[in-house]
Design a protein around this ligand. Structure first.
Ligand SMILES: NC(=O)c1ccc[n+]([C@@H]2O[C@H](COP(=O)([O-])OP(=O)(O)OC[C@H]3O[C@@H](n4cnc5c(N)ncnc54)[C@H](OP(=O)(O)O)[C@@H]3O)[C@@H](O)[C@H]2O)c1
Length: 261
């Protein structure tokens, strides 16, 4: 699996990364079918398979239920994995709420470091509630992330944004942006163009439309979805969530074929 620079962070990430919503949360999610959280043995096998296929990049968040906790327990102090986590969204009792305050941001990263059992987190992204510009203009969350970066507790930061205006601000002012792109939605293309121009890291989320790209779910097909994302400008990595080893194998094969053609 090819690795690419995550902008100018000095971090190299596999073009395909592993999303971990489905290892920690099965409530209030939008996948085509319900599922049980995988047990520890299955997860260890999944991580070993991912690593053997050349994947070194994992995306998690406090809002993904037990995801951070499980990653810490199953992959403690494993600096061979690059980890992205988030701040701002809290998911408790089946309900999401948001807190972008300075104090909460510091506390959230401290909790993530403990759960992930790490001394430092590679990338922390602000988990947008959809009002990117409101967060950017009115909340001190980025000031707190800068403090954490200066203390050496995080290497890079940015936002999982939801608008072109927000995404472009992130590209101009931070290290990494996480943007949505898929066969059904290309609105954030200008964010990707700007990131390429300014050499900033770009992580694509929801590339398989949370599984709805699969033709069995009525979509235009997983291979078409990968083709579509990988021809976008400036993409460092595409995070795909899977708890199915055969999907993981297929996805790596598809990405490798596209990249070598
Ligand atoms: N920051 C944010 O706001 C945000 C929002 C959403 C997601 N994310 C991140 O991005 C990751 C990916 O997003 P996502 O989980 O919403 O959606 P996604 O990666 O677009 O799709 C994941 C779904 O696709 C299925 N899938 C994977 N490979 C497949 C294949 N070869 N054939 C058929 N189905 C396949 C998976 O099912 P199986 O498990 O059965 O393979 C899963 O249900 C998340 O895990 C999370 O880390 C971030």
């Amino acid at each position: 699996m090819q690795k690419r620079a995550l902008g100018s962070t000095g971090i190299d990430v596999s073009v395909l990364g592993l999303g971990t919503v489905k290892i920690g949360r099965n409530q209030q999610v939008k996948y085509p079918a319900g599922f049980e959280l995988p047990d520890d043995d299955s997860l260890i096998e999944l991580f070993e398979l991912a690593q053997s296929l050349g994947i070194n990049f994992i995306d998690t968040a406090p809002a993904y239920g037990s995801s951070e906790q499980r990653l810490g327990e199953l992959l403690p102090n494993r600096n061979d994995w690059v980890i992205v986590t988030k701040v701002g969204e809290i998911f408790e009792g089946g309900i999401s709420r948001f807190d972008f305050s300075f104090e909460y941001t510091l506390k959230s990263v401290e909790q993530s470091l403990k759960k992930l059992k790490r001394e430092m987190i590679d990338v922390v992204l602000v988990h947008s509630d959809g009002n990117d510009l409101d967060i950017i203009n009115n909340e001190p969350v980025f000031d707190a992330l800068e403090v954490l970066k200066n203390k050496g507790l995080i290497k890079a930061y940015g936002m999982s944004s939801k608008t072109v205006e927000g995404g472009c601000w992130v590209v101009e002012n931070c290290d990494v942006v996480m943007a949505t792109a898929n066969l059904d939605y290309d609105d954030e293309g200008p964010v990707l163009e700007l990131a390429k121009e300014l050499n900033k890291g770009v992580i694509i989320k929801k590339g398989l439309q949370s599984g709805h790209a699969d033709s069995a779910s009525g979509g235009n097909g997983v291979e078409n979805a990968f083709q579509h994302i990988l021809k976008q400008p400036g993409v460092s990595s595409m995070i795909v969530g899977t708890i199915n080893p055969s999907h993981l194998n297929d996805n790596v094969r598809t990405v490798n074929t596209i990249l070598s053609s």
